[in-house]
Design a protein around this ligand. Structure first.
Ligand code: GAL
Length: 318
């Protein structure tokens, strides 16, 4: 019997594991989440092989709390070097392009994290199976942690951490299948960075009341740190100073940003912070830390809850 605490099905309990319809621990690590036609879809790192690629697991949920497994959206393939067993494939993120196809973006790497490329896969259905296309260094740049964003006009963006230059926001092509240009590059504030100044990683981006909020974590591997947020009225910047969005020193309630999910309801637009509390030696059991996030007026703030729910129709958090 595992000693890792589980959240009762239908509730979100930060630090406790979600289980799927079979009672299995949901593999919602480094997850990407979208809401298509009212249903939430999530693509997570299946950590059954520890730090190496165990597949991209796909789940759906009506309420971000009750998860149904759809198996692997992308399974390891010994015949495809980028996604073969033993490789590192992290942070699956999906966008639905204007043609209705689902484009999956992946951090594709070697176990020593030297390969550092962006991978692409496509499927006509959110749950897959996805066809792996290729990997690349976007515009020649190193690419590790990634996030995605779709603006109101449908334009797609990729955020990607490039150790040499910082955190890039790239504009994608209309079909989302290529990286077109750098829109902006941000750096963490100068400070005590032995390896030189760098950009934040585990990037996430949302737009609220016309303002863009960019989130990221410092580069501390599986250890957590005080994640930050910056704002801008244009994706090209200028970006504000970086600010905390959780109590300083709490290491973001001991979690790392994965994605922020806007929930547009009849009564409220709520935002759900989705983070990972990694367990380095047992990544499979790394717990979700998902919390309501208050966003507005250029500020973002997590609100701690032991256990909570969100009404997907109204957007109201209880
Ligand atoms: C973190 C990154 C994770 C994973 C980890 C490996 O910096 O956010 O996704 O790559 O490093 O140490």
């Amino acid at each position: 019997m595992s000693t890792y605490p589980r959240a009762p099905r239908g509730t979100i309990a930060p630090g406790k594991l979600f289980t799927d319809q079979h009672g299995h621990v949901a593999q919602l690590h480094g997850v990407g989440i979208q809401r298509f036609d009212g249903l939430f879809w999530a693509w997570g790192e299946d950590k059954s092989a520890g730090g190496t690629f165990g597949g991209v697991a796909c789940y759906s949920s009506p309420d971000l709390a009750t998860w149904t497994s759809h198996g692997h959206a992308l399974a390891p393939d010994p015949g495809v070097p980028d996604i073969a067993p033993g490789r590192v494939v992290e942070r699956p993120k999906v966008l639905r392009n204007p043609d209705g196809r689902h484009v999956m973006f992946l951090h594709v790497d070697s176990p020593d994290y030297a390969y550092a490329r962006l991978g692409w896969a496509v499927s006509d259905r959110p749950e897959g199976p996805y066809t792996y296309l290729r990997s690349e260094r976007p515009l020649g740049n190193i690419s590790r942690d990634i996030g995605v964003f779709q603006d109101d006009d449908g334009t797609g963006y990729l955020m990607s951490e490039d150790r040499e230059h910082g955190l890039h926001i790239y504009r994608l092509s209309a079909d989302h299948l290529a990286v077109e240009e750098i829109v902006s590059t941000t750096l963490a504030p100068p400070g005590d960075h032995p390896a030189g100044q760098h950009g934040y990683e585990s990037p996430a981006l949302v737009k609220a009341d016309g303002l863009y909020y960019l989130f990221g974590s410092d580069l501390t591997g599986w250890s957590t740190n005080d994640n930050k947020v910056a704002t801008a009225t244009s994706l090209a910047g200028p970006w504000s100073e970086w600010a905390d969005f959780a109590p300083p020193g709490s290491a973001t309630h001991d979690s790392q940003t994965s994605v922020i999910v806007p929930v547009h309801g009849s009564d409220a637009i709520s935002h759900v912070y989705v983070g990972d509390r990694w367990i380095r030696d047992d990544l499979f059991h790394s717990a979700p830390v998902w919390l309501p996030m208050r966003i507005g007026g250029g500020k973002a703030q997590l609100e701690w809850r032991d256990s909570w729910t969100i009404d997907p129709a109204t957007g109201v958090i209880a």
